[in-house]
Write a protein that binds this ligand. Structure first.
Ligand code: PLP
Length: 382
């Protein structure tokens, strides 16, 4: 997840320019002291770049999920279906709304298995939240079709997939709502930050009101005399984050292209051997991942350990699988008060324990990934 690798002079210049033009860090008001509204500009630039209907900048990806759930009207007593391979943030946001998480297991994409969805839907289900884990889009056609048949809105957690596409469309805009994270580990970063993408204008307005204490930001009123549309919260992004975000967004296409070149170089070396003893992660038809993580699995414990050792010794390292399984698999989340050890979770945990996730970094040459692919292929052939 390489955005932080490409932070430099442009971001520094943007921060200095913010200071020079008045140094207002707040997204609203202070009109006489400022020359621009950077959070609003970043929202407009995301909409233009990704052809989104509505984009709302917020303080984090976690906040984005909470704001989206609130805008969807998720409340106490509801059930939200999400997936076992996940990050704990989604569960926290669901529980924070008073709702109960319901966990779907994974298929070979490692994301939500659409075949399990029907069986999990109840009259209490008010949202389905697939998560595009480690940059690979979930099977959105199947998920959207089932959700539509039951009249349940879909919220895509695209926090780990900024820049990925599904059938030509940026993920985050494929469901009714989407969320991005701009935290320090993501494709592009503002340090902390996130976005809520809403298809419908009413939904977008509700999200905007909720994230800012209910403020309507009526243009004919000073902020102190503004009206509240609803009870809300503070999930605002600051101008500091937004000026960095604008520079990072302008780099997204190049980050995506350069990351893909390295991923493809690694894949080239491995393609012939990932068909038995080791197997690839399935990529859904029509999906264009972020390519910032290369994942393959093996049931052979010795081989898996040999691959992990090789990655450690050569400095490439591994990421979430297996390094942070406990934070990315709901099987472990005993801090929540719901049934975490369902059969779907047991099966998904076993599947995830077979996987090795290799970070794809811009600071490493393409040729080094080529060589790594050949070295890992030799290990698998042994
Ligand atoms: C899938 C997923 N959802 C949500 C989040 C939360 O994003 P943030 O760290 O910006 O709060 C993350 C962060 O790692 C994530 O990976």
């Amino acid at each position: 997840m390489p955005g932080f690798e490409w932070i430099g002079e442009e971001e520094r210049a943007a921060l200095n320019a913010l200071m020079d033009e008045g140094g207002v860090f707040f997204a609203h008001g202070f009109t006489s002291m400022r020359k621009a509204y950077h959070v609003r500009e970043l929202e407009a630039q995301f909409c233009e770049h990704m052809d989104l209907g509505n984009a709302l900048c917020v303080s984090s990806g976690t906040a984005a999920i909470k704001v989206a759930l609130k805008a969807m009207g998720v409340k106490a007593g509801d059930e939200v279906i999400t997936q076992c391979f996940n990050f704990v943030a989604g569960l926290e946001a669901i529980v924070d709304c008073g709702a109960t998480p319901v966990i779907a297991g994974s298929d070979a994409t490692l994301n939500m298995d659409p075949a399990q969805l029907e069986g999990l839907i109840t009259p209490k289900t008010t949202c389905i939240m697939p998560v595009h884990m480690l940059g690979v889009p979930a099977k959105m056609d199947e998920i959207n079709a089932i959700a539509k048949a039951h009249g349940i809105p879909v919220l895509e957690d695209a926090c780990e997939a900024v820049g990925a596409k599904y059938k030509g469309q940026f993920v985050g805009a494929v469901g009714d709502f989407g969320v991005f994270s701009l935290d320090y580990g993501k494709m592009i970063t503002t340090g902390e930050g996130g976005l809520v993408i809403a298809k419908g204008q009413d939904d977008a307005d509700t999200a905007r009101h909720y994230h800012d204490h209910g403020h309507m930001n009526l243009p004919d009123r000073p902020r102190g005399r503004d009206r509240a549309a609803m009870p809300g919260y503070n999930c605002r992004m600051s101008e500091l984050n937004a000026v960095v975000g604008k520079v990072q967004l302008s780099k997204l296409d190049r980050i995506w292209e350069e990351t893909k070149k390295r991923y493809m170089a690694l894949e080239k070396g491995l393609s012939d051997v990932l068909d038995g003893r080791a197997y690839p992660r399935d990529i859904p038809e029509g999906a264009e991942p972020t390519h910032d993580t290369f994942i393959f699995g093996t049931k052979d414990d010795d081989l898996r350990q040999a691959v992990i050792d090789h990655l450690t010794q050569t400095g490439f390292g591994t990421k979430n699988l297996p390094d942070a399984m406990e934070w990315h698999c709901s099987f472990y989340w005993e801090q929540f008060d719901f049934d975490i050890k369902t059969q779907a979770a047991v099966d998904t945990q076993a599947l995830l324990l077979e996987q090795i996730a290799i970070p794809v970094m811009l600071g490493i040459e393409i040729s080094a990934y080529e060589q790594l692919g050949q070295e890992l292929a030799a290990l698998i052939r042994k």
